[in-house]
Design a protein around this ligand. Structure first.
Ligand code: HDE
Length: 710
């Protein structure tokens, strides 16, 4: 079906209206005065002093002095992109929202991905949750789905958010460490706040270090409501499923990528879109009839719980494509303001106490960051529909509201702007019956803190479990207080004893067996700190295979970065064969050579080098290929870093293919000690190499290659 994309065009036109292009234009002041010298201040004689009169200097420096705005208190480090969403089938049975009923629409979106703990300039590869915030510019107003790449959150009540964030941010006395959870204050908090354990287990898994922002799932986390035309409500959870599957790097790579290219994720997203390989996600809904609200072994209002897909399947209803990079990072990605409170008729909130708190926080924080209640007028935040109300004035009012009246009701303004009936699209909150005492407490139904982290861990493949063990060993190994390490080990043991034992061995202490109430143990038995103690671990589902990355998409190598290791004299026919096959599958071929500039092949042709070995590292690629050509391979062998490159690629369980003399490099490398590896190919058909790259990694190799020294 031909998609209506007039709102796409509207959003683009709106942004273009505010886009300034200096190409072919004269430099002017902010007042439009043409400037003829922007290099020298106005002085009394060439050696000064500078004159107060210099309005050009003052304007330039004044702006510079105020260029920065406060970074987000959380999710400061982010990358954004434009795109669109389209619906596959009419979902009017559940929701009256246009975005869920009109399959002819192409709804413009702006997405911002982020890490949580680090500052704006921190590394992309921190072990952390990733933000996944989507702004839908719909015909009924803007809907913001502000989610993460994990389906649960650390805490159950908004009241605890400042404590959580203060514990994970750099410690306040010395501002150390940056963008890292591996420190005492975080584990002090986590070990005293057992509701955090589920999300924490996800962060310790490979989900905490994605290969690409394009290879992450997204989740709305909270249970929301969908409301149909008849006013009937269903509970819903939102899921984003990446077309490229869910893939991650290893911790050793993450550490090294942080040095080699700390913008790795941002660059990867930008390059993919820039080269026309548009990332895609499908939107899935888990729909729960109201009547089923209490039929689960957990509370669906508790944001630390997921609903396993085996219990409620995810219905795929549409797709999102990101197809345009921002024109300007600050104007768009930095100034975009997401508000979980921005919804449209047909979508509504649940009483999840975490969600309820967020409804306040996001609008509030924009005042500190963007400095005005008029932040909705910034181009990236403008809805695609007209807005009219009686809110007025404030800093940076950029509109000129007409007329005598700014109140309702009025006759002097002809009663405008007027109210809309529900039938005419006026928003009406879902009429939920609430009959309760005012009380500051947590529901008992929120007290199961162990069952779901245990379900998640049980559902992982062996290689994923090994990574969790390593992650806990690293993180707890970085803590300097034994009592914190012990509390954590005791809690991990409640989830999985074997895991706790392994971590304990790695960090060199024993799992304690006598910590029953970890909080009071820390503070003193009479202290009132936390009356919300975890309940018994339950097993209501043996395993949920969908939670494992072992069940993700493994049939594409699109956008995978392949390093071809080449020196002058490389065999052109080898490169031709492999390059053609890989590019046919939309992989990206990079020539890595001993030097920059160009390399000559054995046909005496020059080829542009993507990166010299001095400027790049193996961790930036998904696989390597080494073609034949004696002169070329000799040149590679004469530089130790190429051997490191091969060894590291092998250690990180990636695919390697060689042809002809390329085998010499493998012979000299650590790969030579391992026979019959299913992702190492000599003189093989490209098909086999491609299948191995699509598998992401040969994890069978991982336990054997641990000791390769790179
Ligand atoms: Fe946020 N969060 N959050 N958060 N959050 C912010 O809003 C907050 C929570 C999430 O790319 C802030 O504009 C509270 C859950 C994302 O611009 C702030 C609570 C989830 C982003 C804020 C939560 C998120 C934010 C900082 C507990 C997943 C980045 C700047 C009640 C469902 C959005 C800003 C972007 C950003 C508060 C919990 C996701 C301070 C109080 C749960 C993706 O308002």
């Amino acid at each position: 079906m031909e998609k209506k994309d007039h709102k796409m065009n509207d959003k683009q036109k709106q942004l273009e209206k505010y886009t300034v292009d200096a190409k072919g234009k004269a430099l002017t002041t902010r007042q439009g005065l043409k400037v003829n010298d922007t290099n020298n201040s106005l002085k009394a004689g060439p050696r000064g002093a500078t004159l107060l009169e210099d309005f050009l200097l003052r304007e330039k420096i004044h702006n510079f002095d105020h260029e920065r705005i406060p970074e987000r208190i959380v999710h400061a480090r982010g990358s954004g992109a434009h795109g669109y969403f389209e619906l596959y089938e009419n979902m009017e049975e559940y929701s009256k929202a246009g975005i869920f009923t009109d399959t002819s629409r192409k709804t413009p979106v702006f997405v911002r991905f982020s890490t949580v703990a680090g500052s704006k300039g921190s590394t992309d590869l921190a072990r952390d949750v990733r933000g996944f915030a989507v702004k839908f510019y719909t015909e009924e107003g803007t809907w913001d789905l502000v989610g993460n790449n994990m389906p649960i959150f650390f805490i159950q009540d908004a009241m605890k958010f400042p404590d959580l964030i203060h514990s994970v941010k750099p410690e306040p006395n010395n501002e150390i460490p940056q963008a890292a959870s591996a420190h005492d204050t975080f584990y002090d908090f986590v070990s005293l706040t057992t509701e955090t354990l589920h999300n924490h287990m996800w962060v310790m898994s490979d989900r905490g270090i994605p290969r690409s922002l394009r290879m992450m799932e997204g989740f709305g986390i909270h249970t929301f409501r969908l409301v149909n035309k008849e006013g009937k409500s269903h509970f819903v959870k939102f899921h984003w499923k990446p077309k490229l599957g869910v893939h991650s790097v290893t911790w050793d790579e993450a550490v090294k990528i942080s040095g080699a290219d700390s913008d790795f994720h941002r660059r990867d997203l930008w390059n993919a879109i820039d080269s026309g390989q548009f990332p895609e996600w499908e939107l899935g809904l888990q729909i729960i009839p109201e009547e089923d609200e209490h039929k689960f072994d957990f509370d669906i209002l508790d944001a630390t719980k997921l609903i396993p897909e085996e219990m409620v399947p995810v219905k795929i209803v549409g797709k999102m494509v990101l197809n345009r990079n921002p024109e300007n990072f600050f104007a768009e990605t930095e100034q975009v303001a997401f508000l979980p409170g921005s919804i449209v008729p047909g979508i509504d909130f649940s009483n999840d106490p975490l969600l309820q708190g967020r409804l306040f926080s996001y609008r509030d924080t924009q005042l500190s960051r963007l400095g005005t209640p008029n932040f909705h007028q910034i181009p990236i935040n403008r809805p695609v529909v007209d807005t009219h109300n009686n809110q007025r004035d404030g800093h940076m009012q950029t509109e000129i509201p007409k007329g005598q009246t700014a109140y309702f009701p009025n006759t002097l303004g002809g009663g405008c702007p007027f109210l809309s009936s529900v039938e005419d699209g006026g928003f009406e909150s879902y009429h939920e019956r609430i009959d309760a005492k005012k009380i500051r407490a947590r529901s008992d139904s929120f007290s199961d803190h162990f069952s779901q982290p245990a379900l998640f861990y049980r559902s992982l493949a062996k290689w994923e479990k090994d990574h969790v063990t390593e992650a806990y060993s690293f993180e707890l190994g970085k803590c300097t207080h034994k009592h914190i390490q012990e509390r954590m080990l005791w809690l991990i043991a409640q989830i999985d004893e074997e895991l706790s034992e392994k971590v304990a061995k790695n960090i060199g202490i024993k799992v304690p067996n006598d910590i029953e109430r970890p909080i009071n143990q820390a503070i003193g038995a009479d202290a009132v700190v936390e009356d919300h103690q975890p309940g018994e671990k339950k097993i209501y589902l043996e395993s949920s295979p969908k939670l494992s990355q072992d069940t993700t998409v493994f049939d594409t190598i699109a956008t995978r970065q392949i390093a071809f290791l080449v020196g002058d004299g490389f065999k052109m026919s080898d490169v031709d064969k492999m390059k053609t096959a890989l590019e046919k599958e939309n992989a990206v071929v990079n020539l890595v050579a001993p030097h920059g500039g160009t390399v000559k092949c054995d046909q005496d042709m020059d080829h542009k080098v993507t990166a010299s070995i001095m400027t790049t590292e193996s961790v930036l690629y998904d696989a390597i290929y080494i073609p034949g050509g004696k002169q070329s391979v000799d040149a590679l062998l004469s530089k130790g870093k190429f051997l490191k490159f091969v060894n590291e690629t092998f250690k990180h369980c990636k695919a390697i293919a060689v042809d002809n003399e390329g085998k010499m490099l493998l012979k000299k490398s650590a790969v030579n000690d391992f026979k019959d590896d299913k992702a190492v190919f000599a003189d093989a058909e490209p098909k086999a190499f491609i299948a191995a790259i699509a598998k992401h990694r040969n994890w069978d190799r991982s336990s054997k290659v641990e000791d390769i020294a790179v």
